[in-house]
Design a protein. Structure first.
Lengths: 156, 257
């Protein structure tokens, strides 16, 4: 009986009917147990503001950095251990590089975080991409900071 | 009256001939989906004789009434007010009832699809529930405290002007379904809901602005807006949606600092 009434399927196209209902697609804003709760924090606001402010500062810091390293006074050819050692002898350049490191890393990480949020479709993908991102960011910031503060010009 | 009718009748054949001269052959390439037949959506072409000064909705009517009665789409008022017939025409979200065929190059096939980002139920009909859920979430109604006044709530012309733009929304979902952030993550409130919130946040008579700002301050609120201006471009009412979203952002920041 059932075989008689089942309509013939043509090729790969599936035929839905009473016996073979179409899959239920969960509406995007449906409230389920896995729906994230409202956080009621200002994290996104601060993130957004940070991107704008750090962007302004980074324009100065990065362009200045590139100018000094690559253009002024002989450019890239004079770069070397001695050059870096000479620069980091001054607290001003230490602070410059430290601020640039932290701002650039946090700015880039936050930008990538929003890009992952926008583009990663599955929760699992999103979670793991962000985990990798956060680990890489923390590692780079800590390592960079360590080098700036413990740099020894007399190292052999 | 009767003579006028007679006159009209006598000149009817001539009228028909002159209108027939205006007709051109237009191909409509419509995205068809019927979950009872197939889980695949397919393009189907319809060639019809249309006056290019008519609207896409008239063409859809002609197809449904004369060629294929199974074509399914929403429309109510057919005059750009009810917001039922938002669809993706030639790759842009428009109201079928406000789009003239002559304005979208009728010499090439005109593609008609359902709006994106919402589940298609059949042909051009999508499930609008997530869209309305986001709208309900921002509490789009007057919130006040204290006793109700015995007369109407007065407001100056300048105060009314502040949110005039966002009162024009007809909830057609053309903006929200043109937003790339909404396409990918339906948890984002979407432009239409933010427009609905903006309309009350900046209303001098309303006292629920704080609550709405708090809702839009969250993870899926205004901070997910990437200012791609898709919504402003798609809005059939010409609302400056991206500007409204930015005004909500500014209100959030000035509230904080």
């Amino acid at each position: 009986m059932a075989t008689d009434t089942t309509p013939a399927t043509a090729g790969t196209v599936t035929t839905y009917g009473v016996d073979n209902p179409a899959p239920v697609i969960e509406p995007p804003r449906a409230r389920t147990s896995r729906t994230p709760k409202a956080s009621r924090t200002n994290f996104e606001l601060y993130g957004w503001l940070f991107m704008r402010l750090s962007g302004i500062l980074l324009t100065v810091l990065v362009l200045g950095h590139l100018l000094i390293q690559l253009v002024i006074d002989g450019g890239v050819s004079r770069l070397g251990f001695a050059f870096v050692a000479g620069r980091w002898a001054s607290p001003f350049w230490q602070a410059w590089d430290l601020v640039m490191l932290w701002l650039a890393m946090l700015h880039g990480a936050n930008g990538l975080r929003t890009i992952i949020n926008d583009y990663a479709e599955r929760d699992q993908t999103r979670f793991w991409l962000k985990t990798v991102l956060y680990c890489a960011t923390v590692w780079t910031i800590l390592l960079g900071t360590l080098v700036i503060f413990t740099f020894d010009p007399n190292i052999r | 009256m009767s003579s006028a009718t007679l006159e009209k009748n006598s000149s009817a054949p001539a009228d028909a001939e002159s209108t027939a001269a205006h007709l051109i052959t237009v191909t409509f390439r419509i995205r068809r989906f019927n979950p009872e037949v197939s889980d695949q959506a397919v393009w189907e072409d319809f060639q019809i004789e249309m006056d290019p000064k008519e609207r896409v909705l008239d063409a859809l009517h002609k197809i449904k009434w004369e060629l294929d009665g199974t074509l399914t789409f929403r429309r109510s008022c057919a005059h750009g007010i009810c917001g039922s017939d938002a669809m993706r025409i030639n790759g842009r979200n428009r109201l079928a009832c406000k789009t003239l065929i002559k304005d979208i190059n009728p010499h090439k096939p005109i593609s008609v699809e359902p709006i994106k980002g919402l589940t298609v139920l059949k042909d051009l009909v999508v499930d609008m529930e997530p869209f309305f859920q986001a709208y309900r979430d921002v509490m789009p109604f007057l919130i006040t405290t204290g006793n109700e006044p015995t007369r109407e709530r007065r407001q100056s012309a300048a105060d009314r002007e502040r949110f005039d733009d966002t009162t024009k929304c007809i909830l057609c979902a053309a903006c929200t379904s043109s937003c790339p952030v909404f396409w990918n993550d339906g948890q984002y409130f979407g432009p239409a809901a933010i427009v609905g919130a903006h309309r009350f946040i900046f209303d001098s008579r309303d006292e629920g602005g704080e609550q709405r700002l708090e809702i839009l301050n969250d993870r899926d609120g205004v901070w997910r807006c990437r200012t791609t201006f898709n919504c402003t471009e798609a809005c059939p009412r010409g609302i400056e949606i991206t500007k409204a979203i930015q005004e909500v952002k500014r209100a959030l920041i000035t509230r904080r600092f």
